[in-house]
Ligand binder design. Structure first.
Ligand code: NI
Length: 391
């Protein structure tokens, strides 16, 4: 099985390069992946895979029927959207669209999804159960997974695998992590309403800027004193606005931020915890407080059994020295976690780093990859799928 998969991947390699470069040159922003989706659907159809278009607005689903011996359905999810970044790579297949760039490797992910579909549909022995390929839109705005799930993408799915490229791991390497891979990411808005007055007579006013400072300082300190230090939390206020002039006490401050957490217990407790601290501080000094907490995406928690299957498949395919157990999760976010509410899953990191030159990080205008990683990704996912059906 493994050698058949590797042979097919080598045979498809030039075509996969062509696909990746086409998608890279024609990036589309989140929720506007019309051409990419049509292109993906075309490739899937040409492999005889049945497709459903317009799932979650611009998403595509490919369904590869198994021979029916196993009732389970395995999903393989990749994403398709690009970022509002002006590409500065000088690649010959660089973005042809000003201000839009595949700087997060979703062009590579979509190509790997297609490559995996091409291989699994060509195996001499059909797989026992159904494989569903999810090509998701709008990952960068943490919305596409929800759109897809709402449109039934996860109905009947028993397990889901996903992949994300990772420039700090060298190409031909696979990064595996058990448990938490990425962080939960929520949005917070706090509005403080005090009372305006003369800057020289603060006792006759309620200074909402000073109260905002108290809230920010208290929250940062309270993380270290009231939250479990083994469950990391990052709270960043990225924007704060209030006041009109140097000598007028501000009657209103609005601050917005992002809240990252890895442990489901901390994640659950955060809205109430923040609201308590903010409203009590405001009440102490006579201000009114409004806290709006918006849930973003949960943390990606890799399922141990599915991670084990992926790790074993990767080691068999590439050898121990090419499979790294990642020591730490990331406080970045990934909406792959939304699928995990419906079925267990596992996302792995695919090394795309060049060996002989510096690698730019994800979301950088010069981000680019060692394209040999595409075959590595395709073989890893295809062989992991085969191993999934064997247990
Ligand atoms: Ni990404």
């Amino acid at each position: 099985m493994l050698s058949e998969i590797k042979n097919l991947a080598e045979a498809f390699a030039p075509r996969l390069l062509e696909i990746r470069r086409h998608i890279h040159a024609h990036p589309e922003l989140s929720g506007q992946e019309y051409q990419t989706a049509a292109y993906v659907a075309g490739v899937l159809s040409s492999c005889g895979i049945s497709i459903r278009e317009g799932v979650g607005k611009t998403g595509v689903i490919g369904e590869l029927a198994g021979k029916g011996a196993d009732p389970r359905t395995l999903a393989i999810r990749t994403d398709m959207d690009a970022l509002p970044i002006e590409e500065l790579t000088e690649l010959e297949f660089a973005s042809r669209k000003p201000g839009i760039m595949h700087a997060c490797g979703h062009d590579v992910h979509a190509t790997i999804g297609l490559g995996t579909a091409m291989i699994l549909s060509q195996l001499s022995e059909p797989l026992p159960g159904n494989t569903r390929f999810l090509f998701q839109p709008a990952e960068e705005i943490a919305s596409g997974a929800q759109w897809m799930v709402k449109d039934g993408a996860m109905e009947g799915v028993d397990a889901v695998y996903g992949v994300h490229v990772y420039p700090s791991v060298q190409a031909r390497h696979i990064g595996v992590r058990y448990g938490a891979l990425t962080s939960a990411a929520d949005d917070i808005e706090i509005i403080i309403r005090g009372e305006s007055g003369h800057g020289a007579r603060p006792h006759q006013a309620i200074d909402s800027i000073w109260i905002a400072a108290q809230i920010i300082t208290s929250l940062q300190q309270a993380i270290s004193r009231t939250q479990n230090p083994l469950h990391p939390i990052v709270l960043t206020f990225g924007k704060i606005e209030g006041g009109t002039a140097p000598n007028i006490i501000a009657d209103r401050v609005r601050m917005v931020g992002t809240v990252r957490s890895l442990h489901p217990e901390s994640h659950a407790s955060l809205p109430q915890w923040i609201e308590n601290i903010a409203t009590h501080i405001c009440a102490t000094y006579g201000a009114k407080c409004e806290v709006n907490y918006r849930r973003g995406v949960p943390s990606v928690q890799n399922d141990p059994t599915l991670t084990q299957i992926l790790e074993t498949a990767s080691i068999e395919a590439w050898g121990n020295e090419y499979v790294k157990i990642l020591p730490e999760p990331s406080l970045g976010a990934e909406d792959f976690s939304v699928y995990l509410d419906r079925a267990p899953g596992c996302m792995f990191r695919l090394g795309v780093g060049h060996q002989d030159r510096p690698n730019y990080p994800l979301h950088h205008p010069k981000f680019e990859i060692d394209e040999s990683a595409i075959v590595t990704g395709v073989v890893t996912l295809a062989y992991t799928a085969c191993k999934y059906w064997q247990r």
